[in-house]
Design a protein around this ligand. Structure first.
Ligand SMILES: Cc1ncc(COP(=O)(O)O)c(C=O)c1O
Length: 426
């Protein structure tokens, strides 16, 4: 099949009329579909119901060191939970802090600490009027929102197949006002890209001009493979230690997409020095996190293998959903040259790039047909996609049947937007 751009005027008109007719049929059905947020589906949550029904008869109240989980204490988490996160993140349990139910909350608090107390003995960021953060784009809207909240000016760095554009990052970190970056190194949100060994090594080697430069290493999808053969991510702390750069990295994760979203356990993995700095703040901030929930999680998931077994069950639910969306995209748009997308091996998203200047219009067309997508622009800082081309698709929550209809609507919208763009450009 020819690329759409090479169609004659007559071919284009007939193609557009056909897409319009099919689109109008969807509009007339008055359906309501939502692919906006990467929430686990109810069947995924069902996989963890046992957690909710565990009682004291199952777990007891006592952690492996003899502490009573009903009481205050163990600010850094119960030992078995720290051990489990140590296995998940590939670090010594002594460098883990097992916390409450949200990793995003921990990231927010860490940036607040950098801003108000400073880290590595440096001046708090709040005093720096030119403080900047590298924003890997497309990226996670809530990361950008945190940076914006704390007044960090964001500088876009594009994602390439191996991770963020490292040439750009290596240039940017020469500026002492550039204080850090958020990143999702495995199955990135939204591209589903896992950083190559080379990218991880280049990040690990960085010697930023800012002594208090911090990479917020958001390992949200660290065990979230869709297929038996998942992507491998190099251990950032092992690499950074080779250059004495381990303080540059603060890693976060949670069980939000392993057990219950927003009701699991989160964790931080840090160097010894960062541990001390964080613990000085935590001591003031909280007496102890929810150790009962930590105990329940550790009762069910004793080792990384237990977690992996659970993730296989998640994958069995998620895989057909991803495959449905990808097969409709391939069938409908595959050869037209009007859109590009990734085929991730894990994570929660598919990132769709449409013709420059058309993403907003595609979003509008989808909305008018009853399909809500992640707000167009949300994958960029300040909600501004400079090329207006990226759309994040979140296939986890709807059913396979709903996803089939949703993907067809998306493809029709992409076709209509492309026809309009081609017509207007001629
Ligand atoms: C990259 C990323 N980080 C963090 C979160 C939120 O994690 P939590 O539930 O642990 O706060 C999400 C949720 O979608 C995410 O996509």
């Amino acid at each position: 099949m020819k690329h759409l751009i090479d169609f004659t005027a007559e071919q284009l008109a007939s193609f557009e009329a056909d897409a319009q007719k099919k689109y109008d049929e969807f509009v007339s059905k008055g359906i309501t579909l939502n692919m906006a947020r990467g929430k686990p589906a109810p069947e995924q949550l069902d996989l963890s119901d046992k957690l909710f029904s565990l009682t004291a008869d199952d777990t007891g109240f006592i952690a492996s060191d003899g502490s009573d989980c009903r009481n205050y204490g163990l600010l850094y988490g119960i030992p078995e939970c720290r051990k489990l996160f140590g296995e998940i993140l590939g670090v010594d349990p002594k460098n883990i802090i097992a916390c409450g139910s949200s990793s995003l909350n921990l990231m927010f608090d860490y940036i607040a600490q950098c801003c108000y107390s400073g880290v590595s003995g440096c001046e708090p960021w709040i005093y720096n009027k030119n403080k900047k953060f590298i924003a890997i784009v497309p990226g996670y809207d809530r990361h950008f929102a945190i940076a914006e909240y704390f007044g960090l000016q964001m500088i876009n760095v594009p994602m390439v197949a191996e991770g963020p554009d490292m040439d750009m990052i290596e240039e940017l970190i020469k500026d002492p006002d550039v204080k850090g970056m958020f990143c999702v190194p495995k199955y990135s949100n939204p591209d589903g890209i896992t950083y190559s060994d080379e990218t991880v090594r280049r990040l690990a080697k960085m010697k930023p001009a800012a002594k208090d430069f911090r990479v917020i290493w958001d390992a949200a999808y660290i065990v979230h493979d869709l297929y038996e053969e998942g992507d491998e991510l190099l251990n950032i702390f092992d690499e950074a230690c080779k250059y004495g750069n381990e303080d540059n990295f603060v890693a976060f994760t949670s069980t939000s997409k392993i057990t219950f979203a927003g009701a699991g356990v989160s964790a931080i993995a840090v160097s010894d020095r960062n541990f001390e700095e964080i613990s000085r703040r935590l001591t003031l901030q909280i007496i102890s996190y929810d150790k009962i929930n930590q105990l329940k999680h550790s009762f069910i998931y004793k080792t990384l293998d237990d977690v992996k077994a659970q993730m296989k069950k998640h994958a069995e639910i998620m895989r057909p959903k991803f495959m449905t969306v990808l097969s409709v995209l391939n069938e409908e748009l595959g050869e037209l040259g009007i859109a590009k997308w990734n085929e991730p091996k894990g994570g929660y998203f598919i990132s769709l790039d449409v013709e420059t200047g058309s993403a907003k219009y595609v979003g509008e067309l989808c909305k008018n047909a009853g399909l809500t997508l992640t707000g167009v622009g949300a994958t960029y800082p300040y909600g501004i996609d400079p090329e207006d081309k990226n759309i994040r698709l979140a296939p986890s929550c709807p059913s396979v049947e709903e996803l089939k209809a949703a993907s067809e609507i998306i493809c029709l919208a992409v076709k209509l937007a492309a026809c309009k763009a081609i017509r207007e450009s001629k």
